[in-house]
Design a protein around this ligand. Structure first.
Ligand SMILES: C[S@@+](CC[C@H](N)C(=O)[O-])C[C@H]1O[C@@H](n2cnc3c(N)ncnc32)[C@H](O)[C@@H]1O
Length: 479
């Protein structure tokens, strides 16, 4: 399925994929109607503020940022990107003219700020002018003839401190899809004829017993959406070209393109301790594995995710992490940070859940799980005072029940994506000069500044013993 890329193969794959998505634009309008005004369904993964914060742990105002939806399809993503980033310069590209036409209609129906559309092959992305602060590329790279080259093109358009959001297929969660794809091919007279594939596939689904695992998967995970919408069926079961990844292959393709993985959309799903009760000995062995090894164990034990959704930056430049994250605790640093409720909370629209897209409501689920005490703490995170002030007022309001637990609760809210923590800028007058190095430069052979930078970090603060919202993610070696 993933043959060696050559220029001829690239052209023929691009042509086949382009004609598929031109004849069957995705996602179909029957599934995502063009509505006037803001998008009905929203995910934080299309919010520049959110993905930038979660990649770099820094708050950035979207105004003035340059954003690109690469492979925008019929535009449900760029509709959200535009709505969620006022003042940003938004671009979108795709090589399917019919999909672009629908995406344009969506943006016109939204009203307000524009989006610049480009009809372009992802493998020619360098032709676009300028670089971007964030690129969103969902479900596109794996349809190209040469995913590494597609990733290199994306990298070439990413600013040095930019963030790339990617969605790639997982071969583990997509096992039912891959099996059905093969069965359809074997039973088709012409396996390249997608219309015939659609007919054969529908006949198969109609005839499968309801208890069949593929039928169950389609019904339970996707509410039979693919069976209801022909364009979606073609995208899922008779696609002209796709690569289904393992997490190791994701890492390999990123590395080959000079990119590096930063974090998954839901890091908690990639922590074994959060998903099962493991005997201590096995837990210790698991913890000793590098991050990639841990992810591999998890995808073998929990082959339930059919898509990897994650953030990526340029390789070699891991984002500088704030002190609280390096220490794994906010305790002792509360006066140096502010806590601000995520702007995305206001965007959550629980009244219109989309069948088959349960992950979209993830944020809402997290919010509804909060007890009233935690909810009250969240409401106090207005970004004005320091975290120390927020905690003091919260602990005072709720008495002994929460005494001494504020820092850990704020940390838990941050880990769940409900608050941003930002360092309070120190006024210049209050900057305390670094102590002068004890030895002169000549004696150490190293510049004084490097030496200062090498000082060990502040001593870790010991965690309180029995706190409920433990921050496992902070303890992992690498995010
Ligand atoms: C599965 S759809 C995803 C659409 C959208 N990003 C989303 O998440 O709904 C894949 C899209 O990628 C586009 N695409 C695939 N290969 C491409 C390429 N080489 N260059 C440009 N667009 C491509 C297709 O035309 C299609 O619109």
């Amino acid at each position: 399925m993933n043959k060696k890329p050559t220029p001829e193969r690239e052209t023929s794959v691009s042509e086949r994929v382009r004609s598929q998505y031109t004849a069957a634009p995705f996602p179909p309008v029957s599934y995502f109607p063009v509505v006037s005004g803001p998008p009905q369904h929203r995910t934080w993964l299309y919010s520049f503020t959110e993905i930038y914060y979660h990649a770099f742990r820094k708050l950035r105002n979207p105004a003035g940022a340059r954003l690109l939806d690469a492979g925008c399809g019929t535009g449900h993503g760029v509709h959200q990107i535009r709505h969620l980033a006022p003042g940003a310069e938004v671009h979108a590209c795709d090589f399917s003219p019919s999909s672009l036409a629908i995406a344009r209609q969506r943006i016109e129906a939204l009203g307000g700020e524009p989006v610049t559309f480009h009809e372009l092959d992802l493998l020619d992305l360098r032709k676009l002018p300028g670089k971007f602060d964030a690129i969103f590329c969902s479900g596109v790279v794996h349809h190209t003839a040469d995913p590494v080259r597609a990733l290199q093109e994306l990298k070439s358009k990413l600013k040095p401190d930019g963030v790339l959001y990617l969605m790639l297929y997982s071969q583990f969660g997509r096992r039912p899809t891959m099996l059905m794809q093969r069965a359809i091919k074997m039973l088709s007279r012409n396996p390249k004829d997608q219309q015939e594939g659609l007919q054969v596939g529908r006949m198969l689904f109609d005839a499968l017993p309801s208890t069949n695992p593929i039928a169950t998967w389609e019904r339970e995970k996707w509410s039979d959406n693919h069976r209801a919408h022909p364009e979606a069926f073609i995208d899922m079961y008779v696609n002209a070209n796709e690569k289904n990844y393992s997490i190791r292959e994701v890492y390999a393709d990123l590395a080959a393109a000079g990119l590096q993985f930063v974090r998954f959309d839901k890091p908690q799903l990639w922590q074994l301790g959060a998903r099962m009760n493991l005997p201590q000995e096995l837990q210790a062995r698991f913890q000793a594995l590098p991050a990639l090894g841990q992810y591999e164990v998890i995808e073998h034990l929990f082959p339930d995710r059919d898509q990897y959704m994650f953030m990526v930056t340029h390789a070699g430049k891991p984002p500088a992490l704030p002190a609280w994250l390096v220490r794994g605790s906010l305790a002792g640093l509360e006066h140096r940070f502010t806590a601000t409720r995520s702007t995305f909370i206001a965007e959550i629209n629980p009244t219109t859940p989309q069948p088959g897209f349960s992950y979209w409501s993830g944020y809402f689920e997290v919010l509804t799980q909060l007890d009233t005490l935690t909810r009250d703490l969240l409401d106090r995170c207005d970004g004005k005072g320091s975290v120390a002030d927020v905690i003091a007022s919260w602990e005072k309001a709720h008495g002994p029940l929460v005494q001494g637990r504020g820092a850990e609760f704020i940390r838990m809210l941050e880990a769940r994506g409900l608050v941003y923590l930002s360092e309070i800028a120190t006024p210049p007058a209050a900057i305390i000069p670094l102590p002068v190095p004890a030895k002169p430069k000549a004696a150490t052979g190293k510049p004084a500044t490097r030496k200062a930078a090498k000082r060990p970090p502040e001593k870790p603060v010991k965690k309180p013993a029995k706190l409920k919202p433990s921050s496992r993610s902070a303890r992992r070696k690498r995010r």
